[in-house]
Design a protein around this ligand. Structure first.
Ligand code: ADP
Ligand code: MG
Length: 285
């Protein structure tokens, strides 16, 4: 492409809410055949709410919220914000957390009122050998809570799919692209989002450190991959993809690692970005 064509692409992109960091991004977007979409905060709004509190025998709802809320007050995860909001609605004064530790892709841990509290997903509890017997409602993410190594119950957290997601996925498929939903969340929650949006493939339960390896694997199989993400944990995957696209409201790391920054929250900005090079480069030639 000529410099003039590239300049036109950059200008047209800016009008559509697509910030292009360099000429290579525009070129890469023309050859992409697979689009990997992060689930939380990209396909969904990322604004989560607690929709159920299910204490185990021997615990009350208040206790479950107090322990979980206290630990999550130390975390920056979107799930943590939802848990803290639910806990504060019941108990305005949450106890402090000591020795807080974030467990990326798994949950969080800390000491509350002298008790060791663990909050997170089934994978974390399996790793720690804490037996838990529960079923989360379809599409919800279950947040398990243990106090001193014993299950205290679980909370259900839900997120909503962006209203634009279905149309965006349809547009990507109309362009002949394959779509993949990539998430650290459980397979059932991922399946519900895939069904709602029409995404063709799902890779669930992927730890933050493994996201880039999934991109690498797709590329090794011959795919030309665009990755769309927003989180701190998406940075390496965005950098590994042939075309990294970060949602502008996402983390600094995602924005820094990407080749394009998508300023519109509307997910149709993704097919717009992929069509951009084709359109502008063809018109100008
Ligand atoms: P995603 O890839 O969907 O953006 P993450 O990799 O950040 O998700 O997290 C994956 C899973 O790890 C979550 O669905 C949740 O089960 C668990 N998790 C991570 N952080 C926390 C936390 N602070 N509290 C509870 N659960 C958490
Ligand atoms: Mg995310």
């Amino acid at each position: 492409a000529t410099p003039t064509a590239l300049m036109a692409g950059v200008g047209r992109g800016a009008q559509l809410g697509i910030l292009i960091k360099g000429p290579d991004a525009l070129e890469a977007s023309r050859t992409v055949d697979t689009v990997v979409l992060d689930k939380t905060g990209t396909v969904t709004t990322g604004k989560m709410t607690v929709t159920a509190c299910r204490p185990a025998d021997g615990f009350t709802i208040g206790e479950l919220l107090r322990f979980a809320g206290a630990v999550e007050a130390g975390s920056e995860h979107a799930i943590a914000a939802a848990v803290v909001t639910a806990a504060r609605a019941e108990l305005p004064d949450l106890p402090p957390v000591e020795r807080f530790a974030a467990l990326p892709g798994l949950g969080a841990q800390g000491e509350v009122e002298g008790h060791d509290v663990l909050v997170g997903n089934a994978r974390l509890f399996a790793e720690r050998g804490i037996p838990c017997d529960f079923t989360a409602a379809d599409g919800a993410t279950a947040i398990l809570v243990a106090v001193d190594g014993r299950i205290a119950g679980h909370l259900e957290v839900r997120d909503v799919v962006k209203p634009s997601a279905r149309a965006a996925v349809d547009a990507l498929h109309a362009l002949g692209l394959r779509t993949v939903l990539l998430t650290g969340d459980n397979a059932t929650a991922a399946r519900v989002v895939a069904d709602e949006t029409g995404v063709s493939d799902v890779r669930a339960g992927v730890l933050p450190a493994e996201k880039a390896a999934v991109i690498e694997e797709l590329r090794a199989g011959g795919a030309r991959v665009a990755m769309v993400g927003d989180g701190i944990n998406d940075g390496p995957a965005l950098a590994t993809a042939d075309l990294g696209m970060a949602m502008a409201q996402g983390s600094d790391i995602a924005v820094r690692s990407a080749d394009m920054v998508l300023v519109r929250e509307d997910l149709r900005v993704v097919p717009d970005a992929i069509r951009l090079a084709d359109r502008t480069l063809r018109i100008i030639r």
